[in-house]
Design a protein around this ligand. Structure first.
Ligand code: MG
Ligand code: MG
Length: 281
């Protein structure tokens, strides 16, 4: 690993291979956790499913105790679970999930010091149609952002692509601006920031060896938000529902490798006309 411009960590092939292993653990933890969700399940039970998958893979959860400092407890769980009007950073607990709940789970894992980070939105039972569409648009905006990742392009191209796609919808969704994607590698949160909106000004050039966590958060109503008294859970100010999708994306010399997608992103990248760039073992 080396430091590129602006302190951005550039990964070598073996670093990316380790990040792919971490990414697949995260993928499996999310898939198993979502499969375990049903009306009557608590968010703590879902957290424990993710914890078991991560532990049995010999990996370490990225989120547990995240942000801890002397006198300041860190995040108290293995995953963030955010329900309905909760946008991100919800703390798992005794909340019982009900039919129709919109649930976002955000998960990170570490293998050999390398991180993977991914989030998905899903539904308990049958969703309201406008909630299903909110999640679909958020997921597609993530892929539109991924497709904007080009060698020689700029990080700001990602936010522009997300913003443009969201703006094209019939419904006026809100884009959360206070929380953004990020560089990722030997730490979960690294430079550069990856905003989910169009913005002017300087922005790092995209080069081989970068890894970015891209993670749009959309709201059905106004994107203004507040953090609850638990110091973590972020909710919409107007109580409208929010969705969150995230993948960790590597820029290799061959193209893109979506480290937290089961197929590495092969199918979606083909649909979007973007070179698929996995590294052989
Ligand atoms: Mg995440
Ligand atoms: Mg992230």
């Amino acid at each position: 690993m080396i430091r590129g411009g602006r302190g951005i960590e550039l990964k070598g092939p073996d670093d990316f291979r380790a990040m792919r292993r971490a990414g697949l653990v995260v993928e499996r933890a999310l898939t198993r956790t979502i499969a375990a969700a049903a009306p009557g399940t608590t968010t703590q039970e879902l957290n424990d499913v993710a914890a078991e998958v991560i532990a049995s893979a010999g990996a370490t959860p990225s989120f547990l105790n995240y942000g801890a400092s002397p006198g300041q407890p860190g995040f108290p769980a293995v995953v963030c679970i955010s329900v309905n009007e909760e946008i991100v950073h919800g703390i798992p607990g005794n909340r019982v999930l009900a039919d129709g709940d919109l649930v976002s789970i955000d998960c990170g894992a570490i293998i050999d010091g390398w991180h993977g980070d991914s989030a998905r939105t899903f539904f308990v039972g049958d969703p309201a149609p406008e909630h299903a569409e909110l999640s679909r648009v958020t997921q597609e905006s993530l892929w539109q952002g991924i497709a904007a990742v080009r060698r020689g392009g700029r990080v700001r191209d990602i936010g522009a692509a997300i913003d443009d796609y969201v703006s094209q919808q019939d419904h006026e969704y809100g884009i959360v601006t206070e929380f953004v994607g990020h560089g990722i590698g030997s730490a979960m949160h690294q430079v550069p920031d990856v905003p989910n909106y169009r913005h002017a000004g300087r922005s790092p050039k995209i080069v081989v060896g970068m890894a970015l966590a891209i993670e749009p958060m959309l709201t059905l109503g106004n994107p203004e938000n507040v953090t609850l008294d638990d110091d973590w859970t972020v909710v919409t100010s107007d109580g409208s529902a929010a969705a969150h999708w995230e993948h960790t994306v590597a820029i290799t010399e061959h193209g893109l490798w979506v480290l937290t997608a089961p197929d590495g992103g092969e199918q979606m990248l083909a649909r979007l006309g973007v070179p698929f760039g996995p590294l052989a073992d």
